[in-house]
Design a binder for this molecule. Structure first.
Ligand code: FE2
Ligand code: FE2
Length: 295
């Protein structure tokens, strides 16, 4: 347990995160960096950016509720302390993505309404499945739902968004890089802590696998809604990106060129990448991935 204690201590968190990759940042990006004019000045692209950022806020609010809610049901102090650091990470993620909504022109008094209008109903259901376990004080299911399923998904979504924004919007790409580093730490904790607990409680497996299947269904439905509904906004974003940066390089992510692939190809590379991660990570903790029907 001593490696575990070190890797997930508050001291390690302080050194690697606030005093490490977040040092000298402002809301996760370089101080003073702005959203590019080509997003702010194009109503279609601006609206699309607001819609995508709302999903990030919804996901991070769920992660904040889950990581803080799990502290009291954690069976040992190292896990409680880690979850306390994770709670602060998730609160920061909520803050920086909310700040992005303000940077995109959302007024402070419209925030909750904008979130309500844009939040994908499937993502809301995904969060409800997880938070039901957390509210019952089910530590094992809660950690699998949060640190393997939710964060495995978030990790790949952020990576894909980071790769598509790196030239077009360095401010947003930087914000994402810091969250990716945080999520990597969170996913690692889930794997390391849960494997041994599951060996002690094999009777919990069927219920946890059912939760994973339900969450995976809502996740795939969320991806389907976002990509299938965004074809015209995607085209518009590429058109202005091309006009602004004719020399733009291609951005290949897991074999798919994100600057030219159609929405169906984008959806499938994201879904395949996340599901592959799920299978590997669940396998490492002794769970068998459960495939839901494809929405
Ligand atoms: Fe997060
Ligand atoms: Fe996280």
């Amino acid at each position: 347990m001593s490696d575990f204690l070190n890797a997930y201590s508050i001291q390690t968190w302080l050194e690697s995160c606030p005093q490490g990759y977040l040092e000298n940042t402002e809301f996760g990006h370089s101080p003073g960096a702005k959203e590019p004019a080509l997003i702010l000045e194009n109503p279609t692209v601006r609206e699309e950016s607001i819609g995508a950022t709302v999903q990030l806020v919804v996901g991070e609010r769920c992660a904040l509720a889950a990581s803080s809610g799990l502290i009291n049901s954690a069976p040992d102090y190292p896990s409680k302390r880690f979850l306390a650091t994770q709670t602060l990470d998730e609160a920061r993620h909520v803050e920086i993505f909310t700040q992005r909504l303000f940077d995109l022109g959302v007024k402070k008094d419209e925030l909750e309404e904008v979130i309500k209008v844009h939040a994908n109903p499937n993502l809301v259901k995904f969060a409800e499945v997880l938070l039901e376990k957390v509210d019952k004080g089910d530590f094992l299911a809660g950690v699998v739902g949060q640190n393997i399923v939710l964060e495995g998904m978030a990790f790949s979504v952020f990576e894909m968004m980071q790769a598509s924004n790196v030239d077009l919007n360095p401010k947003f790409a930087d914000t994402l890089s810091g969250t990716i580093a945080d999520e990597r730490r969170h996913v690692g904790f889930g794997e390391n802590r849960i494997g041994s607990l599951l060996r002690e409680h094999p009777e919990k497996k069927p219920e946890i696998e059912k939760m994973q299947k339900d969450m995976t269904y809502h996740m795939l439905a969320t991806f389907a809604d976002s990509f299938r509904g965004s074809a015209s906004a995607m085209q518009e974003t590429r058109r202005i990106a091309q006009a602004a940066m004719p020399e733009q390089k291609s951005h290949v992510w897991h074999g798919t060129d994100l600057s030219s692939a159609d929405p169906a190809a984008m959806e499938s590379v994201l879904a395949d990448t996340v599901l592959k991660e799920f299978k590997t990570r669940l396998g490492r903790i002794g769970l068998e991935y459960q495939q839901p029907v494809r929405p």
